[in-house]
Structures are given as C-alpha cells and as structure tokens.
Design a protein around this ligand. Structure first.
Ligand SMILES: [Cu+2]
Length: 208
C-alpha cells in the first residue's frame, strides 16, 4: 500500500503500509539489507565525476547508445543518446538500483524466471533493482515521474537534462558506480509494450 503526506505534500509512491501475503514463505532469508553499507557509501566521492555506459540491447530490441550521468551536489545531469528504439513511442528511462546498495547485476538470461525468453520488467528489477530516478522531461523528476521522452520518427532519443534532486533522493541514488541505466519499450507481435526492458547499461566512472 502506498501514499503518505510529508510536509503537506502527498507522496503517492512512498509506502503507507505493508503486509506479506504469505509470511511462512519468508523465513528470514529473503531480504537482508545493510544500513551500514548504505551509510558507508554516502560520502561525496561521486560528486563531480562523470559516469558513463554503453546501452546494451535487451529482448532483441536492437537498441544501442550512450549515457552519461553526473552528480554535483543535488544537481543530476543526464545525457542519453539512444537509437534503434520503436519510433514515435514513449520510452520510460530510469536509473535503477538497490537502496541497500547491493550492486546492480546484468539482467541476463539467468533472470528469465518464467522461461518466456523475455526479460520481463519485474525480472530486470530483480537484477538491477527498482527505479531510483526517472529520466523525464521535468526539472523535478518526483513531481512528474511519468513525463517520459518519446523517440522520434527515426527511433532516436537524444536528450540532456539537469534535475534538482532532494538530499534524500541523492542518498538513495549513490553510489552511482553500482547503478544501472535502463530504457523500456519494445514491440512484440505487433504490440507496443512500454514497460518491457529494451536496453540497459551499468554505470562506471569515466577515465579522463
Ligand atoms: Cu526502468
């Protein structure tokens, strides 16, 4: 269950309550985050450094491209240049990661748990973690988390955006070197599936 009010602002995504559907299936071995790790990674060594990645195609999308990400205090600048996308469609993009600062993994075939030869959105999240920051056409991504970019008629997206994040969002986002960029939206059997993963890339510090 989601939705709480913080400082007068309604936050629809923040958990308001939770319940395990079947507590017997979760006998203490599923989710052991370490708060200490997250704190250790909370220093400022990400600031001012450029993290880059090459986009690798997922689900035979044929998507390729380059991404760069830079944090300066609470300012996050993201540049995405992608091609091979389904033309004239919205392609959700996010930086994914684990709040506990487990390193994101490659969403490869070993994550195809339902054996449908597709890395489904939920399977990619098992590898890379949930979305931490949406890459949207807005200065404040938490205000317009679904203002995603559309590919042009040639299947390309080329955008540079600078976001003003909150301190809390910056803490969740770091360390950038553990995070994964993901772009969604593929065509399957003639149908456009905006949530399904089309490509991803693990961020790493650019060598100058
Ligand atoms: Cu995503």
């Amino acid at each position: 269950m989601h939705g709480i009010t913080v400082d007068g602002t309604y936050e629809p995504e923040t958990p308001a309550g939770s319940a395990l559907l079947d507590p017997s299936s979760n006998n203490g071995h599923s989710h052991v985050p370490s708060k200490q790790n997250a704190r250790n990674n909370d220093d400022d060594h990400d600031s001012g450094k450029t993290f880059t990645t090459k986009i690798k195609s997922l689900n035979d999308s044929g998507v390729s491209g380059n991404v760069s990400v830079k944090l300066n205090g609470t300012k996050l600048t993201v540049h995405v240049k992608a091609s091979g996308l389904v033309a004239n469609e919205f392609h959700p993009m996010h930086i994914h990661g684990f709040p506990s600062d487990k390193r994101s993994d490659d969403p490869d075939k070993s994550y195809d748990f339902n054996d449908n030869d597709t890395i489904d959105d939920a399977e990619a999240e098992e590898a890379a973690g949930p979305p931490l920051v949406p890459i949207v056409d807005a200065k404040d991504p938490s205000e317009k988390p679904f203002a995603y970019f559309k590919a042009d008629s040639h299947g390309k997206i080329d955008v540079t955006k600078t976001y003003e994040l909150t301190e809390d969002e910056v803490k969740l986002l770091k360390p950038l070197g553990f995070r994964v960029f993901e772009i969604h939206g593929i065509k399957e059997d003639g149908q456009y599936l905006p949530e399904q993963p089309a490509g991803y890339g693990k961020l790493s510090v650019q060598d100058d």
